[in-house]
Design a protein around this ligand. Structure first.
Ligand code: SF4
Length: 305
């Protein structure tokens, strides 16, 4: 087993708790067993991933960040009991096989950082049964560089959400003051592996590459611009960017401006900056799509409604 996957001294994600997950809880409150909230087809990812049939997404329970505004709050909270449909690797693989056949043969691991050690085993089990999906690592980017290196042979498309530059924002909103420090290293490693070229199939489905997401938050326009500027200066303006406007305020008290939607002015300023920096590849969500991505994890097929 690769040393960076050792759960007895867990440093699986950038949080680097160093706990023995067989005995106690780290930040993510996850033991050694898989905790998969649901496996379902999701048609709301970027068109180059979703195609017409969608992605077979594996949604892990809990998270190594705890964003106050989390859009997947039903499954991401570490202090809540999340009902998991799959609790063993065999169950996970069986469910993936069932769902994958209704997708574009794209397998997405969503918020996988705290269960990254499972990915090689799951992919090997699928390969041994003749299934070769395109594997997407859909992450908040608070990842370990060592783990990403260990996943190099298993991940086809990296899909990190680059959330913040500001340590004040990342501490206040996601309990990770060092988010930028860690995420920027992780994304540099993803870029080292994949570069700027997004390779696609004849049908236009991504086969290999890097797509960097950024969720624009209300009241955080300057930080969104800083994130884009960092990518332009440290990676390339040829990288595929997915600029997301889908933020919706949860039905609970939230700090600062997070209790409202993104304004037209905020949206336009970030989009203008994106073009002014020279980015020219990727996707920009319209503002009027803000509600369309809200998942209902109580629904059996959370995104197929
Ligand atoms: S996966 Fe991350 S948050 Fe969870 S115990 Fe390991 S280092 Fe801590």
């Amino acid at each position: 087993m690769n040393g960076c996957f050792d759960l007895k001294n867990c440093r699986l994600c950038a949080r680097r708790c160093g706990v023995d997950r067989y005995e106690t809880n780290g930040f993510c409150h996850c033991g050694p067993r898989p905790m998969v909230a649901t496996v379902c087809v999701h048609k709301g990812e970027e068109p180059v991933l979703s195609g017409s049939k969608g992605v077979c997404n594996v949604f892990f329970a809990h998270c190594n960040l705890q964003c106050v505004y989390c859009q997947n709050i039903d499954i991401s909270q570490n202090n809540a009991r999340v009902h998991c449909h799959c609790n063993s690797l065999e169950q996970v693989v069986d469910r993936i096989k069932e769902v994958l056949q209704n997708s574009e043969n794209v397998l997405g691991f969503v918020s996988p950082s705290h269960f990254a050690h499972l990915i090689p085993t799951i992919v090997d089990m699928l390969h041994s049964q003749g299934l070769k999906p395109i594997v997407v690592y859909n992450t908040n980017a608070y990842d370990s560089v060592e783990v990403l290196r260990a996943l190099e042979a298993y991940v086809d498309v990296y899909l990190p959400d680059f959330k913040y530059c500001s340590p004040l924002l990342s501490k206040r909103y996601s309990k990770a003051a060092d988010y930028f420090q860690k995420a920027s290293l992780a994304i540099k490693e993803m870029y080292r592996q994949k570069g700027s070229t997004l390779i696609t199939t004849d049908d236009g489905i991504a086969q290999s590459g890097l797509i960097i997401r950024h969720l624009m938050l209300p009241g955080c326009t300057a930080d969104s611009m800083d994130v884009l500027q960092w990518i332009a200066e440290n990676l390339s303006t040829n990288v595929h960017i997915s600029l997301m406007s889908q933020y919706f305020p949860l039905d609970k008290p939230l700090p600062d401006s997070l209790n409202r939607f993104l304004s037209d002015d905020e949206y336009n300023r970030v989009v203008d900056y994106f073009y002014n920096l020279g980015f020219h590849r990727g996707w920009i969500q319209d503002l009027d799509r803000q509600q369309s991505y809200k998942p209902d994890f109580g629904h059996k097929e959370a995104f197929e409604r």
